[in-house]
Ligand binder design. Structure first.
Ligand code: ZN
Ligand code: ZN
Ligand code: ZN
Ligand code: ZN
Length: 192
């Protein structure tokens, strides 16, 4: 049965679009993380929520620890996406972090305001948020060799302090309404 990749509702087989989200349905069944039971997509390597390496990844495609190229990663830092082995991983509240303590602190104080696959869009959003006095930070999976080598869709997260999330989301919504970025296609003109 097809399902909506955003709200995860399953539809009858003749449906093409989610009636709530107005986006195309994808074939198959919604996938869930065996660890935290959050929804994951078939393109995910690590669970976005808890960071574990998803068991659907075949052993030969599984990433190695970025610090120890001979050791298989057990998961990816939920902040920066860095693949880490059991020795390098820090686990807190069931989530995986890399050895950078800032990321653990970050996760407690900061939340993801927006996720995109393009650096350009993330930079644009960060600039606008900062213009409004919100301290925005970008975490980019493009920084990690694994995602680039595998030709995978790397995600760029724009994170903001938890207390400013609502304000940030309003600014981002307004940006998309003004500039029609949602409809932007690959050959958008360059007004240089
Ligand atoms: Zn939906
Ligand atoms: Zn999980
Ligand atoms: Zn990290
Ligand atoms: Zn390691």
């Amino acid at each position: 049965m097809p399902y909506c990749p955003q709200c995860h509702t399953e539809y009858q087989s003749d449906a093409k679009e989610c009636s709530d989200c107005l986006i195309p349905l994808v074939e198959g069944k919604p996938l869930f993380c065996p660890n935290c039971e959050e929804f994951v997509t078939k393109d995910d390597t690590f669970c976005d929520n808890c960071g574990i390496l998803l068991p659907k990844i075949p052993a030969e495609e599984a990433p190695e620890c970025e610090n120890h190229p001979d050791v298989d990663a057990i998961g990816g830092c939920v902040v920066c996406g860095k693949p880490v082995c059991a020795e390098c991983a820090t686990e807190q509240n069931g989530r995986i972090f890399c050895e950078n303590d800032d990321h653990l602190n970050m996760h407690q104080g900061f939340v993801v305001a927006y996720t995109t696959s393009t650096d350009y869009e993330a930079d644009m959003i960060k600039a606008n948020l900062e213009g409004a006095g919100i301290h925005a930070t970008i975490f980019n999976q493009h920084d990690h060799v694994y995602f680039t080598n595998m030709g995978m869709l790397a995600l760029v997260n724009v994170m903001v302090p938890r207390a400013q999330l609502e304000e940030a989301q309003e600014i981002i919504m307004a940006l998309f309404e003004d500039e029609g970025l949602m409809d932007e296609d690959d050959d958008a003109e360059d007004d240089a």
